[in-house]
Design a protein around this ligand. Structure first.
Ligand SMILES: *Cc1c(COP(=O)(O)O)cnc(C)c1O
Length: 382
């Protein structure tokens, strides 16, 4: 049999217009933060429907600055799901605070509201919520809990660019929200991130601290009309985005709605393809949200998840696992151990979950190949 072409888990496909935009930026001679960054931020803020959008070099950097802006540090506890990318908890440690792991809801795989309440102590200062796979968390209910206990909400929206909750985009719900434009994310700048807020103080703090703590428009100092004078207000970071990245981001943003449309269609085809397979469970989408379908996770039974991944790889189909729970990593086991059975849903979901190939240019025949392979491998295993 002829070897079949590999279907990757994720594929970035740039248009000629994007390549031209980056080339033009390179030719302009302005490689670092400049007017492309400013334009990207304005367009992103407009798209989301939020007052301020501040670009940085990653979502991790945005989360770092969000915690700092909200004055979270030594002696504070921050609630985070364990079922997320490790950056969500690492940043709490960067800030000098303690991450406290919260379990997830078995239907949405988002942070569990009852477990949030259970884990609040006198030291709890904030909750970082993660919109897993692009499905927004129950923001109204979480806001209510946060208000009762005087907690700050920070949204890790690495998966949720373009997602909506109750008709409004994620990033426009009055919290500090952090987005990722990493290469595998729904829209990309290679590496990059964005922080959104309606709070001017937070916006100013973040804008200054992403660039050494110097005054907001410091980058202008190299222009003809710029000045060599600047002041330093904080011991800030080097977290800024560059014009090269932003020139790509501007184009990706203009394609975002189309990307989500295509992702939604593909997930629909997967759902249909597995509708008769009792060994495959897909997550349902509540009608209060627009899911951006950053990921297409499935829960498998009847066959070991690791075995299924291995066999799919042999059949030239790439998959991934989102996520290895953070509390299972060596560092976290050593320094932030959790009690056995403390995160029962997280532990059990992890054993069964895998993410299928999902990207806008996935072809119908590739989708069929994935569906047929997964069905064959799970239905044969009874
Ligand atoms: C990718 C990801 C991040 C980190 O994003 P970077 O831009 O790479 O820093 C954070 N949280 C979640 C949930 C992610 O998936």
């Amino acid at each position: 049999m002829q070897k079949q072409q590999f279907i990757p888990f994720c594929r970035v496909e740039l248009t000629q217009a994007e390549i031209t935009a980056v080339t033009e930026c390179l030719r302009s001679g302005w490689l670092t933060m400049g007017n492309q960054v400013q334009k990207f931020e304005q367009q992103f803020a407009e798209y989301v429907g939020v007052k301020y959008a501040i670009s940085v070099n990653s979502c991790t950097a945005a989360l770092d600055l969000a915690l700092l802006a909200h004055n979270i540090g030594k002696g504070d506890e921050v609630l985070v799901p364990s079922f997320t990318f490790v950056a969500t908890a690492n940043v709490v440690i960067h800030a000098g605070a303690k991450p406290v792991f919260v379990d997830i809801d078995k239907n949405t795989l988002n942070i569990d509201l009852e477990d949030i309440v259970k884990k609040i102590t006198k030291k709890t200062k904030a909750i970082i919520v993660v919109h897993y796979a692009g499905l927004p968390v129950e923001l109204t209910k979480i806001k209510k809990i946060a208000k009762e206990h005087n907690l700050i909400i920070i949204e890790d929206a690495a998966h949720a660019v373009g997602s909506k909750y109750k008709g409004k985009y994620v990033g426009a719900h009055g919290n500090t929200t952090c987005f990722s434009f990493y290469a595998t994310k729904t829209m990309t700048t290679g590496e990059g991130g964005m922080l959104t807020t309606n709070n001017k103080k937070i916006a100013d703090f973040v804008a200054r601290n992403r660039l050494h703590g110097i005054s907001r428009d410091a980058w202008k100092r190299y222009r003809k009309d710029g000045s060599w004078k600047y002041d330093v207000l904080y011991a800030g970071f080097k977290y800024n985005m560059t014009d090269v990245q932003a020139s790509l981001g501007i184009h990706q943003l203009s394609r975002l709605e189309k990307f989500i449309e295509q992702r939604t269609k593909i997930v629909g085809l997967y759902k249909k393809g597995f509708s008769k397979n009792k060994h495959i469970q897909m997550l349902s989408t509540p009608n209060t949200v627009r899911h951006s379908y950053h990921l297409c996770p499935i829960l498998v039974t009847g066959v070991k998840r690791d075995e299924l991944i291995k066999k799919l790889t042999e059949m030239e189909i790439g998959t991934s696992v989102h996520f290895i729970p953070i509390h299972q990593f060596s560092y976290y086991k050593k320094f932030y151990p959790v009690k056995k059975n403390d995160l029962q849903v997280t532990d059990s979901v992890f054993k069964h979950i895998l993410s299928l190939p999902l990207f806008p240019t996935l072809k119908q025949e590739e989708i069929n190949r994935v569906i047929n392979a997964v069905n064959a491998l799970t239905l044969d295993s009874k």
